[in-house]
Design a protein around this ligand. Sequence first.
Ligand SMILES: [Zn+2]
Length: 227
Amino acid sequence: MYGSDSDGLQAARAQLVSYSARLLDDGLAVGSAGNMSVRIGDRVAITPSGISYAEMRPEDICLVGMDGAELQSSETPSSETPMHLAIYAAAKAEAEVGAVVHTHSPEVIALSAGRDELPAIHYAITGLGGPVRVAPYVRFGSSGLAAAAVTALDGRSAVILRNHGAVTYGRDLAQAYDRALLLEWLARTYRLALSYGEPAILSAAELDEVTAESRRRRYGERRSGGP
Ligand SMILES: [Zn+2]
């Protein structure tokens, strides 16, 4: 979480630039594709449209209100700003959605062309809330795409956008980005599993058991880590 003062904004801008460079290095996007944002109180810092990640500077990061009004931007905010804002607005708990990452990563795009869902090929998918839905195709930058993404995110922290890419969110940029990497890894693993024939998929009960055990262990860590 970032403070809503100018220090918080500066930190958010610097972090958005460094994670944008990672998008290229990690193969989650090419050129200036994809975009990411962080929430700072009632404002959102978001990557600009059409600037290559290699050239992006902290001062290029745009600042918009939750209604989309441009507050402090020398550049044009990402064309997917409506989708980012819709995801923040739909958050059931504000603290859970502090950052949004949108990628154009190849494994999820390939999967989206042939499947309606990324199934539970590995138990790590519980980190995204369970099997990840593929939202129907709607043109980039549209309010229809924003609505489709929000609907498919119900109970999940990740969604795959058909013939387009993926969106993940997290309490901060590090978590949202880690989830984007996890999603791409799961899609790749599923594709590899398909090469052996019809793969075994974990059941809802097996996933529930993993979620319960993860919670129990986190609780144990907090207890032993206390004074
Ligand atoms: Zn996109």
